[in-house]
Design a protein. Structure first.
Length: 134
């Protein structure tokens, strides 16, 4: 989290937690099916056996209320849901960073014959020359 703050994209750990929590709540808001099984969202989170570091963050009243509701539905505590939200957000954030650094290479090749290419170039040159004359 410290490296995320150092990039200047986030102002504090509270900022990251708030965004991650809002991110997961927004993702869940898309689940409009009233029979949606909320236990699915906590199923794929790896078990965290690392040494726990306690941090204190301030979240909005709305996020806290929604966390309480989600905790009741999933039968997990708020701390677990925040860790899950952070895990999912870090995954999203890191993948977005990787995508921005990758060069986009088109997968579809456009096949053009030599004569068609010559026609295209001729048309473009004619258009450029006409625009210069105006």
């Amino acid at each position: 989290m410290n490296s995320m703050i150092q990039t200047g994209n986030f102002s504090s750990i509270s900022d990251i937690v708030n965004i991650a929590t809002a991110f997961i709540l927004g993702e869940l808001a898309e689940k409009t099916n009233p029979d949606f099984d909320y236990s699915v969202i906590v199923k794929d989170i790896p078990i965290d056996n690392s040494e726990k570091t306690k941090i204190s963050v301030t979240i909005s009243e709305y996020l806290d209320r929604e966390l309480v509701n989600l905790a009741k539905v999933t039968q997990k505590n708020k701390s677990f849901i925040v860790r899950m939200a952070l895990f999912r957000f870090f995954d999203f954030y890191n993948n977005t960073e990787k995508m921005e650094k990758q060069e986009v290479v088109p997968t579809d090749k456009v096949v053009v014959s030599k004569s068609e290419l010559e026609d295209i170039v001729r048309e473009m040159l004619n258009r450029i020359l006409k625009e210069k004359q105006m």
